[in-house]
Design a protein around this ligand. Sequence first.
Ligand SMILES: [Zn+2]
Ligand SMILES: [Zn+2]
Length: 136
Amino acid sequence: MTRKVTKRRPAQEQDKLIFTALRESGRPVSAYEIIDQLRDRATLAPQTVYRALDRLIASGSAHRLESLNAFVACCQTGHQGSAVFAICEDCGTVTEFAEARAVDALSSWAKKSKFAVRAMTLELRGRCGACAAQMA
Ligand SMILES: [Zn+2]
Ligand SMILES: [Zn+2]
């Protein structure tokens, strides 16, 4: 009996590859954009990418932007949980910022209301400083 050996990339390697792609793009990207971006380096199935993204989010290396259905590399390391983003609707730039007070305020409201928070991603939409300066 011969066992078929399928060469698979270890999960760690996939995560690294996908995290690099997120970092390189510097803007929110969808899973399909990641696959496209890595086309020369690897052939990845969407499921593989989604699984890797789940791991990256769980470990605090990436965030998911619900409203854009896209993913971004975290600006910190090991940042688990809540994140605050400002999204420019003109140029698409996404800025992550640490605003612990906003997160704390919402967390304490949730606690008081006995609301169990599964995920918290705050998204501010508008125009970034660079775009505003261009308009002026
Ligand atoms: Zn973060
Ligand atoms: Zn802008």
